[in-house]
Design a protein around this ligand. Sequence first.
Ligand code: UD1
Length: 423
Amino acid sequence: MALYRIRHAERLRGELEIHTAKNAVLPILCAGLLTREPLRIEGVPHLTDVDTLWAILQDCGAQICREGDALTLFTPEPVSPVEEDLLSRMRASVLVMGPLLARTGYARVGLPGGCAIGQRPIDLHLKGMQALGAESTLTPGSVTLQGTLRGGSVYLDFPSVGATENILLAAVLAQGVTRIENAAKEPEIVDLCALLSRMGAKIRGCGTSTLYIEGVRELHGCVYRPIPDRIEAGTLCCAVGMTQGSVFLRNIRPDHMRAVLYKLREAGMDFRESQAGLRISGRAKNPIQVRTLTYPGFPTDMQAPMMALALCSRGASVFCETIFENRFMHARELARLGARIRIEDRIALVEGGYPLQGAAVTSTDLRGGAALMLAGLLAQGETLLSDPHGHIARGYENLPGMLRELGADIEEATEDGWSSANG
Ligand code: UD1
């Protein structure tokens, strides 16, 4: 259980380095199961989702060691995981399915967990494995797949990020050519393709909606550093816009966050891009209209932080969530601070510009938790944010510490009382 005490903040200022993207690192670590040679991934963030995946990969036979920010995986003999409790803790755990099936012809995995932001089925993952020749058997709580994989064609009814990754992770070692139609195009997919290509995979069409994968007999190890986290960067941009600050972000890929940057500009913020990074400044004073879409549209993971931002602009902002059916849970908690938000089905109407007052709130999911932390910066007085499931630390490496570096007053409860120490 994490507990944060957040006080009103004015004008966040300073410089920060963006961490490596959680959503790039998780599938990339799963790719370690595809080779009997060591795979070294650099810049791996300290996140509880990484710790959980580490335990799952060990359960799959991987030997893993961390040296500073680098993880090295070595998997001479992969096996199916047995600790179902671990799998149920995070959604990305299902990504061990593709590599295990490709490497051993067999995978039995527990059905995945993660944030309760929607139904999150895995039908498209299974459809892909079946197109590659695997037979699947569903039992309560788990799924078993077996078969020698060969290339096949699959059309994804929705460009699912996880399904595209899982099918890629299986197809790289399947005999023959696989075609994925309506594939996801997120930067994290392109990054996974880059890593797999570095390992010896033959993939064409990366970043487009049709991927061609020519299976190879084996893959080798390599050294790889994944892309920076566009959601962490976007969340910090929102914090700046809510406090009329000015911050310089290093290790950032503005080209991965165009939709978010356009919305922040519409809200009234300024940006200056340079080789060294991105300077963001100004105050979010205008209402915005946000519709979550697959990449390059506005990312669903930024919807909650952007809703926190919309609380400080005068007028009505509209949010339409098209990716997940239950992703407005943070709105109820924001209302405890005085936010005026009306939800109808997948639309949220946010009446911004009303003063917020600190109160006790509870984190509902990973990005919702971050949004509540940001709203605490806007509220007058003190906000007590409890995060009973540790959602925020699952996906942000020390978000309170990063905000403190910019001048925010955020303390975390420890066994010895309140702490505002970084590191
Ligand atoms: C990934 C990200 C998550 C992000 C999401 C959408 C990781 C670890 N997580 O999650 O942060 O919010 O992409 O950008 O990278 N769906 C199906 N059947 C399936 C798979 C998905 O119907 O087999 C549906 C889901 O219920 C959801 C939509 O497709 O409504 C998007 O899900 P998907 O793109 O698969 O997201 P994840 O990979 O779970």
